[in-house]
Design a protein around this ligand. Structure first.
Ligand code: ADP
Ligand code: MG
Length: 381
């Protein structure tokens, strides 16, 4: 495929050079007039995902890549939906995404020039999915993950309700306008989406959630209390999927695995159908932490494998696939309450990038692959 692509670019006037040996980050360089482009070719059979793009963007930001006027990522099999949402939201001006197939190059970003193919329709079951966010431990990021996962689903165009099952009722407060009292009206958040109409997340306490009153809703994300018995049983039993946030820190990985396996076990007593996904939150992605993370992950995986081999509906999401990195934006999320400013998610850009947004889109992408929610969006038509 690379040869065919190179031939194609040469016929349109580009001069191509291969990078010096052992260069990572791009496949070849393309020059034409003032343009010096780093071209990264992805020949995978799977579509290019959010992580691939974020990695290429990181590369383009490095000192060694300063000589490039831009970067093109060319995929043999296209780009995932969350990957396209990521670039349409962030709108990087130095990046182009293209799909090269059967000798022709079509641009996916900016400007989808290729005709869009209507997705296949498949027979449907009920058109509502419940995601619980539960760990039988406080402070691991359940509320943070529930809110921002709902935000990522909204970015992808799903109509989402966020329901607070925790008797502490903290979640809804985070979505009230500065002048709004708890009794007065809806708590909601508009998640704008560039180039398309945005989506609103509605935030409810569990006693106000009623499926019949919200016929358009496709996804319900439930933020749980760490004490399982404090959560309404009828809702727990409805979970189709459950996200189990956990932290990967040095203190007692054996203990951590215990928290996760206990969480799996408790939930299973009340719900036999839910697929469960353990997710690393607060991940330290600095280079220094890499050896420690590897070590801890090995231990954690070994512990969890014992459980997940028995209950096939329990999975550990390896951080290579999806994780939520530690971020100050998430750490201070909720500060708007103190500042008395309107509610917002921690998706705001710093220097054009938002790690939390990338991470939660990547998580949503993982879930699109490992659940059946993709079909819900198609139904919307
Ligand atoms: N990825 C993260 N990076 C930085 N801080 C985080 C992250 N996730 C959660 N936190 C912080 O950890 C604390 C506990 O999070 P919270 O979502 O309330 O946990 P839980 O609902 O499990 O009790 C909060 O102060 C939150 O800001
Ligand atoms: Mg909480």
């Amino acid at each position: 495929m690379i040869d065919a692509l190179m031939t194609k670019l040469k016929t349109t006037g580009y001069q191509l050079t291969s990078p010096p040996e052992n260069t990572k980050g791009f496949t070849f360089e393309a020059r034409k007039d003032a343009d010096v482009v780093a071209v990264l070719v992805k020949e995978h059979q799977a579509k290019v995902n959010v992580a691939h793009i974020a990695q290429f963007q990181d590369y383009l930001g490095l000192e060694v890549a300063k000589r490039f006027t831009g970067g093109w990522m060319i995929s043999a099999s296209g780009f995932s939906n969350p990957a396209l949402t990521h670039v349409k939201t962030e709108e990087p001006s130095n990046l182009r995404l293209g799909t090269f197939s059967i000798g022709s190059l079509n641009w996916d970003y900016p400007l989808g020039l290729s005709p869009s193919v209507p997705p296949p329709t498949s027979p449907q079951k009920a058109n509502l999915r419940y995601f619980g966010v539960f760990t039988c431990k406080g402070g691991v990021g359940k509320t943070t993950v529930a809110a921002h996962l709902a935000g990522a689903f909204a970015l992808l165009g799903f109509d989402v309700v966020l329901v607070d099952l925790d008797p502490d009722k903290n979640l809804r407060k985070l979505f009230l306008q500065p002048d709004q009292t708890e009794e007065d009206g809806d708590a909601s958040l508009y998640v704008p989406s560039k180039g398309a109409s945005g989506t609103t997340i509605t935030v409810l306490n569990h006693d106000h959630w009623n499926e019949k009153q919200y016929p358009d809703i496709k996804i319900v994300v439930c933020d749980c209390s760490p004490v399982l018995s404090e959560n309404p049983k009828d809702l727990i039993s409805k979970f189709d999927y459950c996200i189990i946030p956990t932290t990967l820190n040095l203190l007692g990985v054996a203990k951590k695995a215990d928290v996760i396996t206990r969480t799996f076990g408790h939930l299973r007593e009340l719900n036999q159908k839910a697929e469960m996904f353990a997710l690393i939150n607060g991940y330290d992605a600095t280079t220094d932490a890499a050896p420690r993370n590897r070590l801890l992950l090995e231990l954690l995986k070994a512990e969890l494998d014992k459980y997940t081999s028995k209950d096939k509906k329990c999975k550990f999401i390896h951080p290579d696939e999806a994780k939520i990195r530690y971020s100050t934006a998430l750490f201070y999320w909720g500060i708007h309450i103190v500042k008395k400013t309107p509610p917002e998610l921690a998706f705001k850009e710093v220097a054009g990038r938002s790690n939390p947004r990338v991470d939660f889109l990547q998580l949503a992408e993982y879930l699109e692959h490992h659940t059946d929610i993709d079909a819900l969006k198609r139904q919307k038509g």
